[in-house]
Design a protein around this ligand. Structure first.
Ligand SMILES: C[S@@+](CC[C@H](N)C(=O)[O-])C[C@H]1O[C@@H](n2cnc3c(N)ncnc32)[C@H](O)[C@@H]1O
Length: 188
């Protein structure tokens, strides 16, 4: 059954689509189209794992400290606008983002290219299908239900550091907890 949250998203996108049609051919048509496309990019991925919301700067700093302590390849599963991928790459580590949304994939790939970040890339695929064997550190900022689905797979991964922001896995116990930044570090 469709959740209340998802029903609200469908309603919001439907309203924006109607407004877009109503304004098509007028001066408001282009801004309405941009608004509709951005809203789709932010909210449609919630049907595949999570809508977009970014990690705060102080949490990104904590993540970088943890990556420096572990010293390995970093993967952000559900990488959004690539702010975490970019920050980790700039700290000197190989950094990979996995993003399902084509618009955010395009934006983050362009962002990395324009800023000359060479040791980072974004893969356009679902984290449910992605090969995570090359990762030493896996970062996730994802909702409860998605972490619940990912947990059995994460438990099977050996020798990885998994970092969660804001939301913890349902049963795995973090090795370190940074409550101020809401960063939780797991060892598998
Ligand atoms: C809460 S945001 C986190 C963004 C980024 N990691 C950060 O911390 O700033 C979750 C991201 O996961 C993406 N996403 C949702 N489902 C996905 C899936 N199945 N595979 C890959 N990415 C997905 C969304 O498009 C969104 O950009």
């Amino acid at each position: 059954m469709i959740s209340t949250f998802r029903a609200k998203i469908v309603f919001l996108l439907f309203v924006l689509f109607i407004l877009l049609l109503a304004n098509w051919g007028t001066y408001a048509g282009v801004p309405m189209l941009v608004l509709f496309v951005v809203a789709c990019s932010v909210y449609v991925p919630s049907f595949f794992g999570s809508y977009w919301t970014p990690t705060e700067a102080k949490a990104v700093e904590r993540v970088i400290r943890e990556v420096k302590a572990r010293n390995g390849a970093f993967y952000d599963i559900g990488s959004g606008d690539a702010r975490v991928v970019e920050a980790v790459a700039k700290a000197g580590f190989t950094s990979v983002g996995i993003e399902i949304d084509p618009l955010k994939w395009l934006f983050s790939t362009a962002r990395l290219k324009i800023r000359g970040v060479r040791n980072a890339r974004i893969l356009r695929t679902s984290f449910y299908k992605a090969d995570l064997s090359g990762a030493d550190i896996i970062f996730c900022y994802l909702p409860n239900k998605t972490l619940e689905k990912l947990e059995p797979r994460m438990k099977k991964l050996r020798g990885k550091t998994i970092i969660c922001y804001r939301i913890k896995f349902p049963t795995m116990k973090p090795a370190k907890e940074f409550e101020k930044e809401k960063v939780y570090v797991y060892k598998t």
